[in-house]
Write a protein that binds this ligand. Structure first.
Ligand code: TYD
Length: 218
C-alpha cells in the first residue's frame, strides 16, 4: 500500500438463499458511491475472479456424481483463496471498498455446520488458503421461512443449483449455524432483519455499517 491510502473496508453479506443479499449488496454499493463518494466493488462467492468463477460452475453444476463433502469444502476454499489474493486484498489495499455476496461464513454454515465437517476444519482450510482473513463486518440477513420460500419460488421457480436444491432440513441447519456464528461474534457480525421492502431493509443495512463510515472519517 502506498503511504497515505486508507485501506477500503471489506463487508460480507451472508444468509440463506432468498434472503436478499444480492439486492442489498447493490443498494449498499450505490449508497456508498453516491452519498459517501467511495470507490466500491461488488463481488460474490463462490466466484469474483475468472478462476473462482470456473470453480463456481463446478460446484453449482457438478460433473458426474457430484462432490463429496471434503471435495466440496476444498473447492470453496480454493475459489476463496483466488478471490482473496486477486481481488479482495489488492482492492482494499488500494483504498477501494469491497462488498462480497457471501464469504467464509457461508462455508462455516453450509459445509461446516449443515454439512457436518465442523468449524475447525473449515477454519483450517481458510487459514491455509486465505491466511484466515475476516471481513471488517459481516451482515447476516435473516428472513422467516415463509418469506424465504416465497422469494425463492419467485426467483428460481423449479430450477435450483446443486446446493440450493438440498432438503429443507439442510437449509434450516444452515440458518441455525449462521445464527450461532453471529451470536458467538457480536463484534464481527450484525444481524439484520431482511423482511420488508428492499428500501426498508437497506435502511437497516446502512444503520449496521454506520460505524465503518465513522472509522473511515477519523
Ligand atoms: P448463489 O446462487 O450465489 O447463492 P444465492 O442462492 O444465495 O444467491 O449460489 C451459491 C450457493 O453456494 C448457495 O447455495 C450457497 C452455497 N455456498 C456454500 O455452500 N458454501 C460457500 O462457502 C459459499 C460461498 C456458497
Amino acid at each position: 500500500m502506498s503511504k497515505g491510502i486508507t485501506p477500503g473496508k471489506f463487508i460480507a453479506l451472508e444468509g440463506g438463499e432468498g434472503t436478499g443479499k444480492s439486492t442489498q449488496g447493490r443498494l449498499l454499493a450505490e449508497a456508498l458511491r453516491k452519498t459517501h463518494g467511495l470507490d466500491v466493488v461488488v463481488t460474490r462467492e463462490p466466484g469474483g475472479t475468472p478462476g473462482a468463477e470456473a470453480i463456481r460452475a463446478l460446484l453449482l453444476a457438478p460433473p458426474g456424481q457430484g462432490w463429496n463433502a471434503q471435495s466440496e469444502a476444498l473447492l470453496f476454499a480454493a475459489a476463496r483463496a483466488d478471490h482473496v489474493a486477486r481481488l479482495i486484498r489488492p482492492k482494499t489495499l488500494e483504498g477501494i471498498w469491497v462488498i462480497s455476496d457471501r464469504f467464509v461464513d457461508s462455508s462455516r454454515a453450509y459445509q461446516g455446520g449443515a454439512g457436518g465437517l465442523g468449524d475447525t476444519t473449515i477454519q483450517a482450510l481458510h487459514g491455509f488458503g486465505s491466511a484466515g482473513i475476516r471481513p471488517d463486518l459481516t451482515i447476516l440477513l435473516e428472513v422467516d421461512e415463509v418469506a424465504r420460500l416465497e422469494r425463492l419460488a419467485a426467483r428460481d421457480g423449479d430450477e435450483s443449483d446443486a446446493i440450493g436444491g438440498r432438503s429443507a432440513d439442510y437449509h434450516d441447519a444452515v440458518a441455525m449455524s449462521f445464527r450461532t456464528l453471529a451470536n458467538a461474534d457480536p463484534e464481527g457480525f450484525r444481524v439484520v432483519d431482511g423482511t420488508g421492502t428492499p428500501v426498508e431493509v437497506h435502511a437497516r443495512v446502512m444503520g449496521a455499517i454506520a460505524p465503518l463510515l465513522l472509522d473511515q472519517a477519523s
